[in-house]
Structure formats: C-alpha cells, structure tokens
Design a protein around this ligand. Structure first.
Ligand code: ZN
Length: 99
C-alpha cells in the first residue's frame, strides 16, 4: 500500500514497528500461525485453524488457574502465558469456505 503511494519502506523499519507493538503489548507473536495478532486478552487460549488460518482467542479461567497452580507448585509465579492450539475449525470441517 505504501509502495503504491510512492513510499519506500525498508524491512528494518517494519521490523522495528512490529517490535515496538510487541513491546507495548498491542500485538503478540502467534507461534502456530507464524505471524502476529492483536492482543485482546492476556489470559486466553489461541485456537488456530491450519486450513483457513482463522485465529480465535477464547477465555478459559479454569485452564489458567490450573496453569498458575502447576507453575506455583514448581516454584514459578506465572507472569506470561503462551497457550496455542492448532487444528481445523468447525467451518472448515463442514466445508464452508471463508468469505
Ligand atoms: Zn478453518
């Protein structure tokens, strides 16, 4: 988009912008998707559809309570979580195409 408007953007500028957004907590890396997503909730499980690329954050208090307990039982006070699950969403399973 910027290039089509006559702007040249260096990759390092883009990487610095991404790093800044990550540092601010606005976006986070999604390991299973190999990309970045907006941070909507700190304590959410990320579901990733490997077929359509859909990302869904779901809150799950019970899961995070269990993770806190497991971490504390092993001497760690949890401060950050990365919980991602890859699979196939119900729309893809039903053969419904995105759009
Ligand atoms: Zn899907």
């Amino acid at each position: 988009m910027l290039r089509s408007e006559g702007y040249l953007v260096s990759p390092s500028l883009v990487f610095r912008a991404i790093r800044r957004l990550v540092d601010q907590g606005s976006i986070r890396k999604v390991l299973v998707a190999g990309g970045y997503a907006l941070v909507r909730e700190d304590r959410a499980i990320t579901l990733f559809c490997g077929q359509c690329g859909g990302l869904y954050d779901i809150p799950c208090v019970e899961a995070f309570d269990a993770l806190d307990h497991a971490a504390a039982a092993n001497g760690l006070a949890a401060s950050r979580y990365i919980v991602e699950i890859e699979g196939r969403c119900s729309r893809c399973a039903e053969g419904i195409t995105p759009g």
